[in-house]
Design a protein around this ligand. Sequence first.
Ligand SMILES: [Zn+2]
Length: 253
Amino acid sequence: MLAAPPEAELLGIRNRKVDSVPHAPLTKRKRHRTATETATAAPTPPVTPPPALQASVLVLNRLYMAVHVVTARRAFVLLYRELAEVIHLEDGVFANYSFEGWIETGALRHHAAGPHDDWVRTVNFTIQVPRVIRLVDYDRMPRQKLNLNRRNILARDQHTCQYCGHHFPAHQLSVDHVFPRSRGGPTTWDNVVCACLECNIRKGGRTPKEAGMHLHRHPERPRRNPTLLMKLANPKYASWRTWLDGAHCESGE
Ligand SMILES: [Zn+2]
């Protein structure tokens, strides 16, 4: 992938303002704006929480193939350095914007802002967090490897304990080896499942059969990136579907 540009470079000029997004509620900031700032600022966005910079942005290569997911903060760095452009869905058609163009047209889009849009307020302007960007000089193909890690296992099992069937937040879930690791069970897609702490402790170093427990679903390698699939369930990222419905993002076998 691209070498990570120093974010300070972006944040030092235009993005210093992006970085200065207050952690205090926006309403508080609004009260302290001067008349000059009010005159030059774009219309007040519906919401401007700092977490907007942590929203996910789908990255396409030059050939419009999905290759990566980055945070909005990282996406702004790529846009500012002109390594990427915004791909934005408008009336069913995708339009391309340079970073400058994206800022300039922000006020217009703001008037039709949807409930799932994210906006970041800076001192002098308001910018919408793009959902998709395209690397203008990056030709490489999507990475086919699907990492076997905790995040992807939880996403594959949809944060549901595979023994009791209940849904849990990530911090209350563990990764269980169906055939115990202590007895040589491998760490492979078909031998690990998401389990709540209680079920994991109850099962201990036993097989499900020995523990009298039943798997809700036989674990297997997901055909598609489960973390991306979970994102698609969020209406915020509905526009990603266009780029993920192709074969590009399927995990390699
Ligand atoms: Zn459980």
